[in-house]
Design a protein. Structure first.
Length: 425
């Protein structure tokens, strides 16, 4: 126990709650928000209002549900607190802002933003809800700092459906790159230290996003598809790469992977561009499969190939953020349908994960890791936090109350199903 201090973790969590407390009009919703986050950090197999309320000893989920849907508090302000908390703790002038979207598979059509659409979660078109996220990736660590729900045109143009889901009147249809561009702009205007933007082909293909990055003086390494056309070069990127001499390739690591350095061969091609600064097409080759990947890159100043490779490697941090937030904090288990409830759940899940990321970085800094051990991970910090800090306050009375609650709702649901069926016979 000489290498960790759980009391320090609890103090850090308390300071974080004090930081967001002014965003709440009343104390009770703030208390429920803290309870929800602690439930997200627990070892519960499923994390939603019902399971978390039962774990913390409440006799109903009403308090958590009210906090998410109807209580008066400024979730936008808390979202800004998440961003400031992470970018202050991990402040790095060479940091990368990574954009990507993730989908949550859903049943039915009532949940806000749900329709049949492509989601990388399933790798195909499914009934799903998709949101765009922004990760701040720095030397000390990385964490999600912003999000925006993607509202398809079928939703944006359907006033009754919007009203039922509580979509604000000022929310209009926006493409995923447009949502990403707004989050990047917000982060930079809020003072986040960063030098680069990274993203996949969805974002690399968007000229408005690239132009916005250049206007704000932040470089980018954005993936593009092989048939992406470079106007100044007058050809596709795959044709441009095929015309280059073979001696230009360099073998460089894109970062440390779980099984060692992620080594690829890379090729950098200068582009004569009309925009100020320096623009390149970068090509990555997997030497085992010969598969090629392409990137459109820009920087206000000349940079080495190794720098662009490092930025490209940082793009995978957002995949790690998604995996951790879904596996550790229940990011995708919200079971809510309305705009406000979804946004509040996701923001508090992001804040819980930010707390884990900062705590993990602090523990790594406190004491060098022995050579026989790997450094602390988010998963391990969450496991220790659950075992050493979180207390179980459920009693026999509250456990029995939950048995009554579940069976009551199951009886009501069954009666409703039987009633609807009888009406259709």
């Amino acid at each position: 126990m000489d290498s960790i201090d759980p009391g320090r973790w609890l103090d850090e969590f308390g300071a974080l709650m004090d930081r967001i407390r002014p965003r709440f009009v009343r104390y009770e919703p703030a208390r429920h928000a803290a309870g929800l986050m602690l439930g997200m950090l627990s070892n519960l197999e499923r994390k939603n209002c019902w399971t978390i309320a039962e774990e913390r000893g409440d006799v109903t989920p009403h308090g958590l549900q009210h906090m998410l849907s109807r209580a008066c508090w400024d979730e936008g302000g808390v979202a800004a607190d998440v961003r400031d908390y992470v970018t202050t703790a991990f402040a790095d002038p060479d940091a990368v802002l990574v954009v990507d979207e993730t989908g949550d598979l859903k049943k039915g059509t009532a949940t806000v933003g749900v329709q049949r659409q492509y989601t990388g979660t399933a790798g195909r078109i499914e009934n799903s809800q998709v949101a765009v996220y922004l990760t701040y990736a720095a030397a000390r660590g990385h964490a999600l700092i912003d999000t925006a729900l993607y509202l398809p045109k079928s939703w944006a143009d359907d006033a009754p459906r919007r009203r039922r889901a509580g979509v604000p009147d000022d929310v209009e249809f926006a493409t995923k790159p447009a949502l990403a561009q707004q989050m990047i702009t917000d982060a930079l205007q809020a003072g986040a230290a960063a030098a680069w933007v990274a993203g996949d082909e969805v974002y690399g293909a968007d000229s408005a996003l690239r132009s916005a990055c250049r206007d704000q003086g932040i470089g980018y390494v954005l993936a593009v598809v092989r048939n992406h056309h470079v106007g100044t070069a007058g050809c596709r990127v795959d044709a441009l790469a095929a015309a280059q001499p073979t001696f230009g390739w360099q073998r460089i690591s894109a970062g440390a992977g779980s099984k060692g350095p992620r080594l690829y061969s890379w090729l950098l091609i200068d582009i004569d561009s009309a925009v100020p600064g320096h623009e390149w097409i970068m090509v990555r080759r997997n030497d085992s499969t010969q598969e090629l990947a392409y990137y459109r890159c820009w920087s206000a100043q000349p940079v080495a190939l190794q720098t662009l490779v490092r930025v490209a490697g940082r793009r995978w941090t957002i995949e790690e953020s998604f995996q951790a937030a879904k596996g550790q904090a229940g990011l995708d288990e919200h079971q809510v349908r309305t705009w406000t409830s979804w946004r509040r759940w996701v923001i508090l899940a992001m804040l819980a994960m930010a707390f884990l990321a900062v705590t993990c970085a602090n523990e790594r800094d406190q004491k060098p890791t022995p050579s026989a051990l790997i450094p602390f991970t988010l998963n391990e910090i969450r496991r220790l936090f659950d075992k050493l800090v979180l207390s179980r306050i459920a009693t026999a009375d509250s456990i029995w109350a939950w048995s009554l609650w579940r069976r009551k709702h199951q009886a009501t649901a069954r009666a409703c199903h039987y009633h609807r069926r009888s009406q259709h016979q």
